[in-house]
Design a protein around this ligand. Sequence first.
Ligand code: BMA
Length: 328
Amino acid sequence: MIIGSNLPGMPWEDKPAGSKEVMWRYSANPIIDRHAIPTANSVFNSAVVAKDGAYVGVFRSDDLNMSSHLYLGKSNDAIHWDIEPDVLKLYNEATGEFDSYADGYDPRVCLIEDKYYVTWCAQFEKWKGPTIGVAYSYDFKKFYRLPNAFLPYNRNGVLFPKKINGNYVMFSRPSDNGHTPFGDIFISQSPDMIHWGEHHHVLEPMGWAWTKVGAGPIPIELDEGWLLIYHGVSQTCNCMIYQIGAAILDKNEPWKVLHRCRNFILHPETTYECVGDVPNVCFPCATLYDAATGRIAVYYGAADTVVALAFCQVDELVKYIKDNDVIG
Ligand code: BMA
C-alpha cells in the first residue's frame, strides 16, 4: 500500500490483455520527442511532479554541441509537455542574484515540506568532475542553488521525500570521471541539506545488474518500507545495457534492504529503447503515483534520446519482488 497523496488524473493505461509483464509500456511511447526543445539533439532522463492540479518537470536535453543542460516544462496531463527553450537559471541563495545555468544531467525533483528540490549530476569544469548539484524552488519559477552535496565523482543523487530520524536522506552512486564500469548505491544524511555524512552502503551490483546500480526515481513510501526503483547495468561484449530493477528498503533505516527482486522489471527491447544516441538504455528518473488505486507511472529516458512512460500496480510489483526475492 502506498502512503501518500491521491492523483486520480495521472497518466494510466491498463496492462495489455494477456501480458505477463509486471511493468508495461505506454502504447503511445515515446511521449517526448528528441527535438521537443528547438536547440535539442535529445530530451531524455527527466523528472516530473504534480503541482497545483497540473504537472511540472525538469528535463535533460543535450544540445547540438552535445552539452547537457536542464530545462523547465509544464503539462496539464503529464504526457504532452511544453518545455521552455532556455536553460534553467539558478540563483545564489546568499545574494538572490542570478548566478549560473543548470549545466549537467539526469535531474530528479523531490518535494520535501514546502520546497521542490532538484538534484542532478553537475558537470561544470570548475567542479573537477561529475558531482551532485542541489537547488530548490518554492514555485518552480525561481531556483536557488545550494552547495554541491558530495565530492566528485558522484552521480544519481536521489532524495527521500521526507526527513528520516530528523535528517534529509539522499542516495548517491560514487563513480569515476567516465562511463564508470562499477558502482554501488549509498545513502548519506544531512541535518540542513548542506552538510552530508553518516553514510551507509545500500545496494551492490548483482545478477542482471552485475556492473553497477544507481537509484532512479524518488523512493515511494509504502506501509512496509520504501520502494526503490533503480537502474542496473550489465556490460556485454559491445555495450552496457541499462535496465530497471526494484527493491524494498527499511522505513527507518533505509540502508537495510528488506527485499530485492532477482529479475529486472523492464529491459530495453523496443526500437526507441534500442536505437538512439546510446542504444539499450532504460533510465528511470521519476514516478507519479495514486495512493488510492496503487497505480504508478514511471518516466524513463530511452536510448539517451527520448522520454518514455511505463506503468505498474504497487501490489503486483511488491508481490513480484517478494516472489523473486534474493534476500533471506
Ligand atoms: C550514465 C549517465 C546517464 C546515461 C547512461 C547511459 O552514465 O550518463 O545519463 O543515460 O550513462 O548512457
